[in-house]
Structures are given as structure tokens and as C-alpha cells.
Design a protein around this ligand. Sequence first.
Ligand SMILES: *Cc1c(COP(=O)(O)O)cnc(C)c1O
Length: 352
Amino acid sequence: MRKKIFFTPGPTQLAPKASFFIKKAIEDDIGSISHRGEIFKKIFKEAIFNLRKILNLPETHEIAFLSSSIEAMEVIILSMVKKKSFHFINGAFSKKWYLMAKNLGKESDYFEFSQSNSILNAKITKKPELLCLTHNETSIGMMVPMDEIYQIKKKYYDIPLALDVVSSFPYPKIDFNFVDILFFSVQKGLGLPAGLSVIVVNKKYSEKTSGGFHDFKSLFSKARIFQTPETPNVLGIYLLAKITKEIIKKNVEQIRKEIDIKSNLLYNYFSSSLIGRPFIKEFCYRSKTTIVIDVGNRTDFIVKKLEKEGFIIGKGYGQYKENHIRIANFPQHTISMIKKLIGIINKIEKSF
Ligand SMILES: *Cc1c(COP(=O)(O)O)cnc(C)c1O
């Protein structure tokens, strides 16, 4: 059988060296070593060191690990918010975060934004304790320009801002003067198996406590000694240390350039394709890392045709399940893979 290539928005195609490192992990006894021992601490330290380099993270912020980004959303709300958070909602993931806060008993508010009603139009009153924003809304393929995020932070400077970069990392170049909390998972732009997420918190807030097992205080008091409160995903942290080293070797700037090139190839193709048009019309809000195309009601037809050729793409999310296709454009998707994908889609278009 032909080897498949996954363009799904996550889990997705693994990084080229993932299988090599997974095998190496077995050789290195990673499944058996103690999570309190020196070997583990060294791996933890290396992963943090590499992430700091990729993020260009200043000393004002520190890093810890959780097992998923949904978990990160909950830990952030519990640690930061007594009464209310404020959420910018434009799709399923940003909404999930808001509903989570409500379910946890918070009196949270939200502003619904879109490509025609930017986050800058939000009126935030009664001072919330936290602003929650999703940089790349994976469900609809909408990316908020970092500049708009910084403007919000400048306007509400004394309110901490938490940013979900789950499906955009490592694409955005972040100025941490304006971002207090950040998180992402490894099964998207890092091309690793799921089960690990990274959370970055400004030291101003990393002592916050909810009394919960995974509040900031417990997470970071352990992270500072290169450990976790529980027995963690040791394999995941090992793979993260290895993959981030590869990213540094390749140079993250180069990776960003390639993501631009590949997203241009895709958007150019769909600007005049019979298959469909980008769901997001405004160029400045089009996601570079998750390209969403409105294909009428032909999602199933296109997904199945591509699957036969070994190309696995995503269906629409939620209400758009049957009308959208979603194509991930992560670092592990090479220019040649994207060109091949466009070639096959073009063949399908010809058969219309
Ligand atoms: C995938 C995704 C999540 C959830 O990540 P998990 O690791 O599954 O918890 C959250 N936010 C966005 C924007 C995502 O794309």
C-alpha cells in the first residue's frame, strides 16, 4: 500500500525524524527511567532550553508541561480567574474555552468577532481578570494578525492576556511584552504523537494557585527543578527535546518563510479553482497554517478521492463538516508535498 501523507489539522503528518527518535527512545530506555532521576531532568532541561530559543523567550516568562491544550485552557482559567474572564470568540476552539470558564462557575463575558468585525471593536468593561484569545481558529482557518493582539494588550495593559497558538506554533513571532500566557500541543506544528502540551507563563502570574493539583504554583515549582507534579509523558518530552533541536538546526525563520510559500501556493490555487474558494475572504485574516476551503457540499467526495491517492485531508469542523475541507500547512509538510497535493486536487477538478 502507498504510504499516506496526512494534511489533517492535528493529529497530522509526523515530523520526518519522528520515527527515528521514537526508535531511539526505546534504545535509550525512555519508557523505564525514573521521572525524578538525572537522565529525565536533563531531557526536561534540554526541551525547555530549545523551546526558549525557538520562542525567543525573555527571562520574564517560564515554561511547564501539561498533557493537552484543552487541559491548559482549564488550568489557566482555574489559576488566573476568581470571578470572570473575557473571551474573543470566532469559532469552535475559542468558544470551547469560554464555555469551559462558564462551566467552572465563572461569570465570563465574550465578544464575537469575524473577518468583518475585528477584535479591536470589542468593548471590555467591568475589568475581567484575564483576556483569552485564539491566535489561529482551526475550525474556520482564521488567523488574527499579531499586531491586532498587541493593540488589544496595549489598550488593556493591566489585564493579563492568554493566547492559544495550538495550531499556529511555531509560525508566529511573538513579542512577549504583550503576551502573558501562551500554550500549544505537540501533535500539530511539531509533528509528534499527541499527549503533551507546552504552557508559557509570565513570572508575574506563575505563583497563582487554585488549590488544584495542576495550578500554576504546583506546575512551576516543579518545572523549576526540571520535573512535573505527576509521572509525565516522558516519551513525549524526550521527543519534544529532539524535534525542537531539529527546528533550531533548520532555523525557525526558514520554517516561517516556507510556511508563507506553501500557504501562497494553496491560496493561489484556490483563488480560481472549481473545487472551492477560501472560507476566509480577507487576506489579512487567512490562516497560514490551516487552510479552510468552502467546497459547497462536496467535502465527502473530495476527501474520498484524495484518500484513494494516499492524501488525507481534514473535513469541515462542526456545522461545516460537509461543506469545508481543511488542509494543514505545518513545518513537516514540505513544499513538494503541497505541490503534489495541489496536483491531485487539480486532477479531481478536471473530472468535474
Ligand atoms: C487542537 C486545538 C486545541 C486542542 O488541543 P488538544 O491538544 O487536543 O487539547 C485547542 N485550540 C486549538 C486552536 C486547536 O487547534
